[in-house]
Each structure stands twice: as structure tokens, then as C-alpha cells.
Design a protein around this ligand. Structure first.
Ligand code: GAL
Length: 418
């Protein structure tokens, strides 16, 4: 059984925080091993984490780093493994959790220690955007350290395939549908590449945003939201038409294969979060030649955001080691090591902008200038119950292709969100 906030841990954590307040680094004092849980393995996922681990090991000679990453894009496998471990009271020392509704689930389940004192001691309250801090705060306590901001609504395209088809990068949903039809007629490329089922959910959030507009999309995540409206029907019908242009063997692969198909010229378009950039960098793809990018058509000016954050679980075996890890991921230096490799921008507001080039330079500007909409597939908008209801609904849609049934199931998922 999971235990609550124990007195013993309270004392040990207070000790850690005091040591830090006196100027000692958690890293220098801490020993043993630190187990950090995420789903960042393999192409386009691991480079940023590996660079952080290298830095951590250089700064913390006494602590062995135990990388407990579980493969599977969007945490599809990792999140189940994590939940079992948390329920069995066998937490890692720190785990990746999305800022927003997903983190609130963990907090409300009693899995997380507050990091409010850590924030005060490290001077972190001033370096994160207040709106982001709200996403990780409950009853006045802050519960995680955001390491980045990712953008979900990016349309990656292959310039050569678009040229062959004679289409321009689309900016509206209508243009997008026309472009997909033209690519299908004029080329051998897959019009829109997809991978594992979660990438269809990822596509759906972009289409909902494009079709409903930012206000309409954001309203879907308010308590009591109505998913039975004609506007949602229209959005789902658009999704259905667009989905028809995807590869039929999609479910066999994860996101990497779907994004790779764009730079290889096997697909014209892929809607994927900007972690795809990390994969493109790894395989030496060149912007302008092998790939281009625009916001998902119909969503220009809106950042469909998500944020990876790290936590201190209740009963973490090595809270001092966890704190050393959190110090690194919360620092300007740590964020600037991680994000240029991860394909994301720092959650901190004081990044060294010169390190962010090409797509990432645009992302830094867009993040400042855009309206915000939270991603549901990546934990910002929907709690785990609603997200899993949506994922089940999309799974049935992929099998049966029934749009009315999809809408009904989404209405049910919203009603069960609690
Ligand atoms: C997201 C996560 C990203 C990236 C992506 C693909 O949920 O926040 O950092 O890893 O999944 O796996």
C-alpha cells in the first residue's frame, strides 16, 4: 500500500533542503544511486536526456544514475508501468509527468512531495512563467519542475513532394484537404503519415483546435463541457476526411517511422509534436530540403502546448539524489543543455536564445506571441481518466470508422472526467 507523507521523510527532506540553503549542492552531498523514470529512449527521444545524464554524472561523482526509461512514444507503455509502481509504493526517485491535468492526478493520489521550499531556495519562482506554475500548483504548493515546452500543432512537410504535387504548405483546413487530395493524385507519397494509435489522437487534437478555434477548443476542457454540439460533429467529420489520407499500416510503427517518412520523401505531411525535430537533427535532415514546417492548418497564432516536468515522489528511495537531479533540470544550464537536443524550448524564461536556431528560434518567438491551448494527448488538458476514454473512443473509430459513435464516446469520456 502507498504510504502518505511520513514523518521520517519529512525530516530527511528538511535536512536536504537545509543543506542546500547553506550553499551545499544536493549533488556533492548525496550518494547511492538515483533512478529517473521517463519514456525517452531511442531515436529523437534520448539525445536530450543523455546529455543531461552526462552532465549529472560529471557534477555528482558519488551518485550512480539509473536511467529507468520505458520505450513507447507519448508514454503509452511507461505510464502504465509507472502507475503500478506508484500503487505498489515502489516509486523511482523522480519521474516525468506532464504539467497540467496529468500532474494533478498524481498530486491528488498523494504520490508527490511538494517542492515549494525547493523553489524558494533555488530562486525558481521568478524564472518560470506564472501561468505554467499554475499548472503544477495545488493549494499553494508547487509539485514539479518543468524542463521544457513542446508544441503539438506542427505540420511537417517534405518540400520536394509538395513541389512534385504542385502544392504550397497549407494554412487553412480547406487548403489542407485540397493539398492531401492533390498529393494522392499526383505522387506516390503517403499524403499524411501516421504511426501508433496515439498519433491518431495527436492528430485529432490538432484538428479539433483548427476546426473549433482556440476558444472553442479550450472550452472542451472546462467542467461540464458539451461535446455533443454540431461544431464538434463538424470537427470530427473533418478529422474523418483527413484520416482517410493516412497510411493503412500506421499502427505497426511508433511516431519515429511516421516522421521519418517525411524526410525520406515517402510522405508529404506529418502532424507531430516538435520532438520530431530531434529525430530530424539526429538523422542529419536539412531544413528547407528534407523538411519544412508550418502550424497545423487553421491553428496559426495558437501554441498547442505541453510541458515535461520532473517530480519528487513520496517515499523516493534517495530524495537527496532526486534533489540533485531536480537542481540540474531546473537550472538555466540544464535546460539549455537539454532543449536544443530535445526539439523543445526551455520552460525557464531566461534561456540563452542564441542556442535555439531554425525551427526552435521560431518556436521561442511563437511561444511569446501566441494564444495558449493545452494538449490533451500529452497531459495538459485532460486527466488520465478522460484521456483514456478519448483514446479508447479513437481506437474504436480506427476499427469501425463510425463518426457518430466517436462523438458519443467522447461525450461519455467528458462526462466521466469528474
Ligand atoms: C510526449 C512527451 C514528449 C515526447 C513525446 C513522444 O508525451 O511530452 O517529450 O517524448 O511524448 O514520445
Amino acid at each position: 500500500m502507498r504510504r502518505g507523507w511520513t514523518a521520517a521523510l519529512a525530516i530527511s527532506l528538511a535536512g536536504v533542503l537545509t543543506a542546500t540553503a547553506c550553499g551545499g549542492s544536493g549533488g556533492e552531498d548525496a550518494e547511492g544511486s538515483v533512478e529517473v523514470f521517463s519514456w525517452w529512449t531511442g531515436g529523437g527521444e534520448a539525445a536530450g536526456l543523455d546529455a543531461l545524464i552526462e552532465r549529472f554524472e560529471a557534477d555528482n561523482a558519488g551518485i550512480a544514475f539509473n536511467n529507468a526509461a520505458v520505450a513507447g512514444g507519448s508514454g503509452t507503455n511507461a505510464q502504465g508501468v509507472l502507475e503500478s509502481r506508484l500503487q505498489a509504493n515502489e516509486p523511482p526517485d523522480s519521474f516525468q509527468g506532464h504539467a497540467g491535468a496529468e500532474l494533478m492526478d498524481y498530486i491528488e493520489a498523494g504520490y508527490l512531495e511538494p517542492l515549494t521550499e525547493f523553489y524558494a531556495e533555488q530562486g525558481l519562482n521568478e524564472v518560470f512563467p506564472p501561468e505554467l506554475l499554475e499548472q503544477i500548483t495545488l493549494d499553494g504548493e508547487i509539485y514539479s519542475v518543468p524542463v521544457n515546452i513542446h508544441r503539438s500543432n506542427v505540420l511537417w512537410y517534405n518540400p520536394g513532394v509538395l513541389e512534385e504535387a504542385g502544392v504550397e504548405p497549407p494554412t487553412t483546413l480547406a487548403e489542407f484537404e485540397d493539398a492531401l487530395a492533390t498529393v494522392e493524385e499526383e505522387t506516390d507519397a503517403i499524403p499524411l503519415s501516421l504511426g501508433a494509435q496515439w498519433t491518431a489522437d495527436h492528430l485529432l487534437e490538432s484538428i479539433l483546435l483548427a476546426s473549433l478555434g482556440t476558444e472553442g477548443y479550450n472550452a472542451l476542457w472546462q467542467p461540464g463541457a458539451d461535446w455533443s454540439t454540431p461544431e464538434v460533429t463538424e470537427a470530427l467529420e473533418t478529422f474523418d476526411r483527413i484520416y482517410a489520407y493516412t497510411n493503412t499500416d500506421a499502427g505497426a510503427a511508433d511516431w519515429q517511422e511516421a516522421s521519418q517518412a517525411v524526410v525520406d520523401g515517402d510522405a508529404a505531411f506529418n502532424i507531430m509534436g516538435d520532438w520530431a525535430l530531434s529525430l530530424f537533427q539526429e538523422v542529419g535532415a536539412v531544413e528547407g530540403e528534407d523538411y519544412g514546417y508550418v502550424p497545423t492548418p487553421g491553428t496559426d497564432g495558437t501554441y498547442l502546448w505541453l510541458s515535461d516536468s520532473f517530480t519528487l515522489p513520496v517515499n523516493a528511495p534517495n530524495p537527496e539524489g532526486a534533489q540533485a537531479w531536480l537542481e540540474l533540470v531546473s537550472s538555466q544550464e540544464g535546460q539549455d543543455i537539454f532543449n536544443p537536443l530535445k526539439g523543445s524550448i526551455p520552460a525557464r524564461t531566461d534561456a540563452d536564445a542564441s542556442l535555439y536556431e531554425g525551427y526552435l528560434a521560431d518556436a521561442l518567438t511563437d511561444w511569446q506571441e501566441s494564444t495558449m491551448a493545452p494538449s490533451y494527448q500529452h497531459g495538459a488538458a485532460a486527466n488520465n481518466r478522460q484521456k483514456s476514454g478519448i483514446n479508447d473512443a479513437v481506437g474504436v473509430y480506427i476499427r469501425d470508422g463510425d463518426v457518430a459513435a466517436l462523438q458519443e464516446a467522447l461525450v461519455t469520456a467528458a462526462g466521466e472526467a469528474g
